[in-house]
Ligand binder design. Structure first.
Ligand code: DLL
Length: 457
């Protein structure tokens, strides 16, 4: 028997044509900017003092550049503080950055470091309470309420996605189904049997789930009750979003976060889908030039630097996120005054330099997704050829239809991709169009780039 809670509206159109948006914490999410900045300054002064007094790493770095907590007299004074990088956090593995004794730490998570030691973050009771509140904001912003059944496919474990989305759903009173990634067929069966209305997952795993729905011959509009998908943890291009929205009959909301700051819940999308609102009452944003570290004027694109304003166990000053974005401080039609990330335009450190040309995987993805004959499943392999020249190959799956039409159709699709890729990148890539479902799938963040150059040197 299929059961479901009654379906709630995401947002309604009022008589004036404006959307009515749900807001979890109206007091903080709609604060006038002068009031918000006053709160931010008070919190900044307190967190800088905490770091200076409790974490030897910060005291040494601040002493080295001659800055004391009392030098922070305005928000702009944050630029007097030294940056903190992922390397700094790794060097202090596992607990040296904690500002609370271990007896007060009640949870640990860690970043998904691919090499060496991960970054370990600790939370005390207040930190977990703050996180849950921010996740409740995230769900509410997407129109999720207690009538919803939330199917959580984010990985549980050291990764922050699973547990972050788990406790936020409970806080808004929704029913949480803690599935994690994997066993894709079973996930779709549970959607049907439990009547899930909300999916939370990485966009790449949502594509895998959407494939499974197609394969099982289900019609999402009639056979499933899904209405909302909350994504995050990796970039989701507009084409990928459109693809999942169509295949699963959902409205997609993006969310942004990072382990070092807390996990998910740092940035949330509202029903106007025009950027991600940053919880500025808890995180101070700066945009800096990734090369020089210089703070850039409002509206510039650059690297986002974040400072935690309320974290107690693991406060972080001026963290170099390596995420490239720009910030819009205009109030939003949803009623929130919190600034919006206009888009995460890739990372400053995943840029590939191929034959001297800067290439962002997100550029490659958007070309692939603009060609309807291709599926959003691809791998980029970069290697050094025998002549020491960079060698660059893209493997991408074609649609079932093109595959059934045969080799000629696959070759036509390939030639189109070669031409469009050259236009966008200014580079010739070797491109292989392969049969659907032949590239390996990910249950969490997709691994799209295999760079063999360092290994072969
Ligand atoms: O990915 C936390 C998270 C979990 C966010 C679930 C949202 C949902 P990390 O593993 O530390 O934490 O990875 C953080 O992922 O610096 C970005 O480069 C990238 N990222 C996160 N959200 C987005 C997004 C989690 N919406 C790193 N769009 C960040 C693009 C994103 N990139």
């Amino acid at each position: 028997m299929s059961v479901s809670k009654s379906v709630s509206p995401t947002e309604q159109e009022s008589a004036s044509g404006e959307k009515e948006c749900l807001i979890w914490d109206r007091q903080h999410e709609t604060m006038a900017r002068p009031e918000l900045e006053k709160l931010q300054l008070k919190r900044l002064q307190s967190v800088v003092t905490r770091c200076y007094n409790k974490v030897p790493f910060y005291r040494q770095k601040m002493d080295a550049c001659g800055v004391r907590p009392q030098d922070i007299e305005s928000l702009a004074d944050v630029s007097k503080l030294p940056f903190t990088t992922k390397h700094d956090l790794r060097d202090n593995y596992p607990f040296n950055m904690f500002a609370e004794p271990m007896e007060n730490i009640i949870r640990l998570h860690a970043s998904s470091g691919t090499t060496g030691k991960p970054v370990v973050v600790g939370y005390n009771r207040n930190d977990l309470d703050t996180w849950v509140e921010l996740m409740a904001r995230t769900y509410t912003s997407a129109g999720v309420t207690k009538v919803d059944i939330v199917h959580n496919s984010f990985g549980y474990g050291l990764f922050t996605g699973g547990m972050g989305f788990h406790y936020g759903a409970e806080r808004v009173g929704a029913t949480i189904v803690p599935v994690s990634g994997g066993l894709t067929k079973k996930q779709v069966m549970l959607w049907q049997d439990f009547g899930a209305t909300v999916l939370t997952s990485t966009p790449s795993y949502a594509c895998v789930l959407a494939e499974q729905v197609e394969e099982s011959g289900l019609k999402p509009a009639t056979d499933l009750k899904l209405r909302i998908a909350l994504f995050g943890a990796e970039p989701c291009t507009p084409q990928m979003k459109a693809d999942v929205e169509k295949k699963l009959n959902v409205e997609v909301y993006d969310t942004y976060g990072l382990t070092e700051m807390m996990g998910p819940g740092v940035g949330i999308e509202c029903p106007y889908h025009d950027g991600l609102h940053i919880a500025e009452d808890h995180f101070l944003i700066e945009i800096v030039d990734p090369e020089t570290g210089e703070v850039l004027p409002p509206g510039s694109q650059g690297e986002m630097v974040l400072t935690t304003l309320t974290k107690e166990a693991f406060p972080v000053l001026r963290f170099r996120t390596r995420d490239r974005t720009l910030i819009n401080q205009e109030p939003c039609a949803c009623g929130r005054t919190l600034a919006r990330l206009q888009k995460i335009a890739g990372r400053t450190d995943d840029m590939l330099i191929i034959k001297g040309v800067n290439v962002f995987p997100s550029q490659i993805e958007s070309v692939i997704l603009s060609i309807p004959q291709l599926e959003p499943q691809y791998v980029i392999v970069v290697d050094r050829g025998s002549n020491h020249m960079d060698d660059f190959e893209i493997l991408v799956e074609c649609s079932e239809k093109v595959h059934n039409e045969g080799e000629e159709a696959m070759e036509t699709t390939r030639l189109r991709l070669v031409a469009e890729m050259h236009q966008v990148l200014g580079l010739n890539a070797r491109i292989k169009v392969v049969a659907p479902k032949t590239l390996s799938r990910s249950e969490g963040k997709a691994k799209r780039v295999i760079d063999l150059r360092d290994m072969n040197q």
